[in-house]
Design a binder for this molecule. Structure first.
Ligand SMILES: Nc1ncnc2c1ncn2[C@@H]1O[C@H](COP(=O)(O)OP(=O)(O)O)[C@@H](O)[C@H]1O
Ligand SMILES: [Mg+2]
Length: 239
């Protein structure tokens, strides 16, 4: 696999002639072409049920299309085996899930450092940034506004929704992946906290000029992004 840094001229993400259905009779996504370039911060908008989460899962190689290709930095993910896609994702993509998907039996810091267990690249980058994986987890949690009363050794089950969101963001950011994918991570927050959270996320991605693909149905956030993609406008399915 090529190092993503060497491929800065082409699109970071490219979907071409993609057709995806969860069950064979109903097509959820039918996309001609979708391109996202390195360092772009893209807002994906669309009503509930329009296929936003499905699209993010395709980009992350969690699922593969029935037709067409999904490329990340020139690598065609749907030609990889499932294991290769898992490794590729661990190295290059930080995913903030809609429901956060924190591991309930792990502590705050163990949840954050989890990404480094699956990727040597991210482990090495975290260590070179802060001296140790734990120190980098602490730095991210602090910068993302985790308050000091909630210790890094606490179980995540005791966290508020806002705190869980910060842990999920730190887990995605650790080891500076090339792409951050975020699926409605701000939906549980009020407007002030949504904007603050996004600013912190952008700040952390800036050093590496990471590509951000952010999904929300809250269009008031879209002015913070370089570009908006209206999913319904590019999805060629009959509704
Ligand atoms: N795991 C799944 N199995 C079957 N159908 C699914 C699954 N996930 C989503 N869908 C269906 O795919 C469509 C798009 O869903 P989704 O991508 O979650 O939309 P959004 O994120 O925009 O709300 C919906 O009709 C939904 O019911
Ligand atoms: Mg969704």
């Amino acid at each position: 696999m090529t190092d993503l840094k060497t491929c800065s001229t082409g699109p970071m993400i490219e979907l071409s002639e993609v057709i995806f259905s969860w069950n064979f009779d109903t097509v959820v996504l039918n996309l001609d072409r979708l391109r996202i370039f390195p360092g772009e911060r893209v807002f994906i908008a669309g009503p509930s049920g329009s296929g936003k989460t499905t699209l993010l899962n395709l980009i992350a190689g969690i699922i593969t299309p029935q037709k067409g290709t999904v490329s990340v930095s020139g690598e065609i993910l749907n030609r990889f085996t499932g294991t290769q896609r898992d490794l590729f994702r661990a190295d290059h993509i930080g995913f903030i899930f809609q429901m956060f998907n924190l591991v309930p039996y792990l502590s705050v810091v163990e949840n954050v450092t989890l990404s480094c267990s699956f990727s040597k690249k991210r482990r090495d980058r975290a260590i070179s940034r802060s001296g140790s994986i734990k120190a980098e987890a602490d730095r991210l949690l602090k910068n993302l506004g985790m308050n000091g009363t909630m210790g890094a050794g606490q179980p995540v089950t005791r966290l508020s929704v806002g705190q869980q969101q910060r842990v999920a963001a730190a887990r995605a950011l650790i080891g500076e992946p090339d792409i951050i994918i975020a699926d409605e991570p701000t939906s549980a927050l009020d407007m002030d906290h949504r904007k603050t959270f996004l600013e912190l996320l952008f700040k952390e991605c800036k050093r590496k000029q990471g590509t951000i693909v952010f999904v929300s149905h809250d269009t008031s956030l879209e002015t913070m992004f370089d570009r908006t993609i209206e999913l319904n406008a590019i999805n060629r399915i009959d509704r």
